[in-house]
Design a binder for this molecule. Structure first.
Ligand code: GAR
Length: 178
């Protein structure tokens, strides 16, 4: 079997997309393995889950405006040390600066809970409902300096139901994200 790509997953919270990536990687024919889970919140619940699943976890301190450069340097060194091929942002709620992105160009993907280019940024489900959309969905795209604007790699549509709230819609879109 060819060698699997070495993937790092970056999270900020719950980590359900991270878990979906880890479980999918257990299939014999999966082309990647999750070599590292880290993020910007050392207390993110998803980190405990990754650890329990036997995936290496590194708990980096939450960056502040003062420590941001240091944090990004540490993150880059960590990714290089683990010989990471691809980075997945899975609920990583932080904008990554251009100089960091340029070192990983074409090798960072993000999971976003809308049918991009519609409803970029935060509060996507609220925006979708406010726009009276009949369909929402999930997008996987390359990360570029412009927020939620890189090439789209895959999308899954999710019907908006009458009476949906941001919470009920988010629950179904999350299934599509996974
Ligand atoms: C997911 O819905 C993901 O698409 C979203 O945060 C949630 C994280 O859930 N990400 C963004 O909105 C990024 N702009 P998870 O921690 O359970 O995967």
């Amino acid at each position: 079997m060819p060698e699997r790509s070495r993937v790092a997953v970056l999270i900020s919270g719950r980590g359900s997309n991270m878990a979906a990536l880890i479980y999918a990687s257990r299939a014999d024919d999966c082309p990647y393995e999750v070599r590292l889970v880290t993020g910007d919140n050392p207390d993110a619940p998803g980190l405990g889950l990754a650890k329990a699943e036997g995936v290496p976890v590194v708990r980096l301190a939450t960056p502040t405006p003062k420590t941001k450069d240091h944090y990004l340097r540490d993150l880059h060194v960590l990714l290089e040390k683990e010989a990471i091929d691809l980075i997945t942002l899975a609920g990583f709620m932080r904008i990554i600066p251009e100089d960091f992105l340029s070192r990983w160009e074409g090798r960072i993907v993000n999971i976003h809970p809308s049918l991009l280019p519609k409803h970029k940024g935060l509060r996507t489900h609220e925006a979708c409902l406010a726009a009276d959309e009949k369909v929402s969905g999930a997008t996987v795209h390359l990360v570029t300096p412009e927020l939620d604007s890189g090439d789209i790699l895959a999308q899954v549509e999710v019907a908006v139901l009458p009476g949906d709230t941001a919470e009920t819609l988010a629950e179904r879109v999350l299934i599509a994200e996974h």
